[in-house]
Design a protein. Structure first.
Lengths: 148, 149
């Protein structure tokens, strides 16, 4: 099989193109590998056990005291990073700061409804609601309407 | 919340209250005294009411994020303050001549307060619906793209 590498100018342009007669299990593996590459976070279930959490499965991230937790549909994992670090790291996955202690994945939001006093509630895929505070509401709206 | 935002909100409240009071004066006047004439100084009344009714807006604001329960309590205090201020101004200028006027003014405050909050909610709902629509569109597009990969 031939492998071609072409240089591009930005990270956004990076891609892997598979040209094939038909998809085989090997090519399926390559596809899954490419899709998953670089998109995992190390999530701790407790102090000793950890596993790789696919970023695409994370609905939102919450900072409680000094700890940061990532929530998937089924589980919560502690992430050993600061919230601002994750904010920068996950920006390309459409995560945005929606309040002082929350990051939400805009692609995992089912709906948004108004709460009192200029705030909003984002209903996530798992049915949980995350508050979009008044301070961040403007930025969230701008991101959704203009940059998403 | 920043001071600038608070002042902006106060100004919005001032204009909304003023419009609401002008409307209510017109409605009550048409019902209670349709043939009476009013003097030019009456045109300043909505400004006076709106100015003093905007002041309690500071009750709603807090530097830290309030819970929905805390906000509801503050809204109730805000409403009671406005009701008291309106009654006090009406008493001072001698508008409260009989019980029916008192009841009409009390009801008018409830109507204006409710209308202001309903308008605010509807405006936010419009924005929320627009955001939901855009998100659903993007999610549909993402799923389509993933399907084609």
């Amino acid at each position: 099989m031939k492998v071609k590498i072409r240089n591009v100018l930005s990270r956004q342009e990076e891609q892997v193109v598979i040209e094939c007669v038909e998809m085989t299990p090997e090519l399926e593996d390559i596809k899954n590998y490419c899709l998953a590459k670089g998109s995992y976070l190390t999530g701790y279930v407790n102090t000793s056990s950890f596993r790789q959490v696919c970023i695409k499965d994370i609905l939102y991230v919450e900072a409680i005291d000094e700890k940061v937790f990532a929530y998937t549909k089924e589980k919560a994992f502690e992430i050993k990073k600061r919230l601002y670090e994750l904010e920068a790291e996950l920006a390309s996955y459409k995560f945005i700061r929606c309040s002082k202690s929350f990051l939400i994945c805009l692609l995992k939001v089912e709906s948004i409804r108004p709460a009192l006093n200029g705030r909003y509630l984002a209903c996530m895929e798992n049915g949980e609601e995350v508050m979009i505070s008044r301070k961040y509401a403007k930025q969230v709206k701008k991101t959704i309407m203009e940059e998403l | 919340m920043e001071l600038k935002s608070i002042l902006k909100k106060c100004m919005m409240d001032f204009l909304l209250i003023q419009a609401g009071i002008t409307f209510v004066i017109g409605v009550i006047g048409c019902i209670k005294a349709p043939v009476s004439r009013i003097s030019y100084d009456s045109f300043f009344m909505p400004f006076i009411y709106a100015f003093f009714c905007s002041i309690p807006s500071f009750v709603i604001y807090s530097a830290k994020e309030l819970s929905i329960k805390q906000m509801l309590v503050r809204k109730a205090i805000h409403f009671l303050l406005i009701e008291s201020i309106v009654m006090l101004i009406s008493y001072m200028i001698g508008t409260l001549t009989d019980t029916s006027i008192c009841i009409a003014i009390l009801l008018a405050v409830i109507v204006v307060y409710t209308a202001v909050n309903v308008f605010e909610y509807l405006f936010c709902k419009l924005e929320a619906d627009a955001m939901t629509k855009k998100i659903q569109y993007i999610r549909g597009k993402e799923q389509e793209e993933q399907y084609h990969v």
